[in-house]
Design a protein around this ligand. Structure first.
Ligand code: N01
Length: 547
């Protein structure tokens, strides 16, 4: 039942309106989904992308200091030897422009752009049961349809701009880090306020401070951070990666978080306090998210976690010269890595600069934005020419809920997820046949090095669609009981870690007022998740209704 695309389009997509599959988003997920469905299965596919280029999250997040927290040799597609061999990363952690170059390289090498319709924002997607097709409407009023609708919209793509009163009166400029102007922002001679000290704020502050006249960082929740120890890659390392790539890939696929390093098989209490300290010192010197992998129980045992937490707090007090500022930064109330652990380049050192001030907005919250800056509840005012909102995202569900998705009998996704996301394997929602969500809530996604879950999802979805077509099956949709059971498994996996103990985390939706508090990502580990998905497929897609 192939709907042959009527006209082949130009570099911004086909002019046809009927496709086998529509994919929303042209980041890592959308690019690979297009390749998998078009070039492996022979489907007619169109990718709809709001931006004017590929890149997804990397297209929008151009803020100062934007850099990947995964190491470059693991932050790329692993499915093609050609792509691995023909690309050279320059640094241990690639900066935003380099990731953009990489994704354009992939899109060009696989000839993907001809099937991507840029400047195309989806505003509605409705399932027509009689025709078994998804009818998609774009902001410009175009109508397209497809048998399969695949969202590849990323987990962190709906900017969260807190509803502070008075923002419209602010006479300076303001920007959210996730919607950063392409022409950049010139901070020279400017007084800057940065709101937020998550992974983004921790990357941005040191770079903004280098040119701003003054930077005031408004911190609500103090945060841990470990140095990235970024550096240019040596030719020797690059040769090593290429020569041993199958082993690197095997490691990435076998670990809970998809990184190219393993988690130490020892408890924090298998060693003496002196040995533990030396292990943390070595991990700090090595840098990066490996710090979390120093002991197997850091994320599951509070006492073990305390040893990591205390080590980082000690480092903060050593680095930051002003004791009051050091205390404000080290006064962290959640377990280490209970929120997404940032890594940094000179974050804590930045507070030793004369032009940087740290302000606690937990005890004295932001009351309003004024014409000239930010006023706190106490009445204290901080002036600014530019306000930077490093305030994060309506994560995992935000973008999906804004797309106007309606399933069978007009059921909206908002209605289906009123009490929080309910789906099966993070991949499909009851009541929404043939809709697939790449790295949706309920998948391991954001707890992992993202390309690993993305490849797994894309391949699982492509295999599933191939199965449907080979067996003459028109539609697939999860059974309600399977979705309920999966939601329970996601909750159970979170409860087995310290992640669920952090009340103010975006994993729980706690950063967006009114959002249901549900732990969204699957914390049982990527390797386990892959095995579950494989078993479901091997059992004839158990838990799904196939018709
Ligand atoms: O967002 P966040 P982010 N008043 O939600 C504060 C990924 N990422 O953009 O903690 C005052 O983590 C908020 O305070 P609190 C990564 O997965 C990846 O930094 O809610 N403050 C917090 O400090 C990451 O986890 C990379 O109390 C307010 C900050 O704003 C995810 O993106 C790089 C506030 C938001 O932190 C999101 O990180 C960067 C308010 N009303 C990010 N509202 C790479 O790997 C919010 N805040 C490249």
């Amino acid at each position: 039942m192939t709907n042959v695309a009527q006209t082949r389009g130009d570099s911004t997509g086909s002019e046809a309106t009927e496709f086998d599959a529509l994919v929303v988003g042209a980041g890592f997920s959308g690019l690979y989904q297009l390749h998998a469905l078009r070039d492996r299965l022979g489907l007619t596919v169109q990718v709809l992308e709001a931006a004017d280029g590929v890149g997804g999250t990397w297209y929008w997040n151009r803020y100062p200091g934007a850099r990947c927290d995964s190491e470059s040799h693991s932050y790329c597609f692993s499915f093609s030897e050609e792509l691995i061999n023909d690309w050279e990363w320059s640094e241990r952690y690639p900066a935003q422009p380099e990731v953009m170059r990489y994704l354009n390289f992939v899109a060009d090498r696989l000839d993907l752009k001809r099937d991507i319709r840029f400047h195309t924002k989806v505003v509605a997607a409705e399932y027509d049961e009689a025709r078994n097709r998804w009818l998609v409407t774009t902001e410009a009023g175009a109508h397209l349809s497809a048998t399969y609708l695949i969202t590849a919209v990323g987990c962190l793509s709906a900017a969260n701009i807190p509803d502070f009163p008075g923002l419209d009166r602010f006479e300076g400029d303001w920007h959210h880090t996730g919607l950063w102007p392409h022409e950049g922002v010139d901070f020279a001679g400017k007084r800057v306020i940065q709101i937020g000290t998550g992974s983004t704020g921790i990357q941005a502050a040191p770079v903004i401070a280098e040119t701003a006249e003054h930077l005031t960082v408004l911190q609500r929740t103090p945060n841990y951070s470990v140095p990235a120890q970024n550096a240019p890659l040596t030719d020797e390392f690059r040769r090593h990666v290429k020569a041993t790539y199958p082993e690197i890939r095997r490691v990435m696929r076998s670990t809970p978080n998809g990184h190219a390093f393993t988690i130490a098989d020892r408890s924090a209490f298998d060693v003496t306090p002196e040995e533990r300290e030396a292990i943390y010192e070595a991990a700090w010197a090595k840098g990066g998210l490996q710090f979390r992998a120093s002991f197997r129980d850091v994320l599951v045992n509070k006492e073990a976690n305390d040893t990591a937490a205390e080590f980082v707090k000690k480092k903060i007090r050593e680095i930051v010269k002003d004791p009051a500022t050091a205390e404000q930064l080290a006064n962290i109330d959640h377990p280490y890595a209970g929120k997404r652990p940032p890594i940094d380049t000179n974050y804590f050192e930045t507070f030793n600069r004369d032009n940087v001030t740290l302000v606690d907005v937990r005890t004295d919250p932001i009351e309003e934005i004024t014409a000239t800056g930010v006023r706190l509840r106490s009445g204290a005012e901080h002036v600014a020419d530019i306000i930077v909102f490093a305030t994060g995202f309506d994560a995992m569900t935000g973008t999906l809920l804004k797309m106007g998705i309606r399933g069978r009998d007009g059921l909206t996704l908002e209605q289906a997820w009123e009490a929080g996301p309910r789906n099966y394997l993070g991949l499909q929602v009851p009541g929404f046949p043939n809709l697939f969500t790449v790295t949706g809530p309920g998948s391991p996604s954001v707890l992992c090095n993202m390309p690993v879950p993305i490849e797994q999802h894309v391949e699982w979805i492509a295999d599933c669609i191939a199965h449907l077509r080979q067996h003459g099956i028109d539609r697939i949709e999860p059974e309600a009981a399977a979705a309920d059971d999966w939601v329970e498994q996601v909750n159970r996996a979170a409860r087995a870690t310290l992640l669920s103990e952090v009340e103010h985390s975006w994993y729980l939706g706690a950063n967006v007022p009114g959002k249901p508090r549900v732990f969204m990502p699957y914390a049982g580990g990527m390797a386990r998740y892959r095995a579950i998905c494989d078993e479901v497929a091997a059992n004839g897609y158990s838990g799904f209704a196939l018709r």
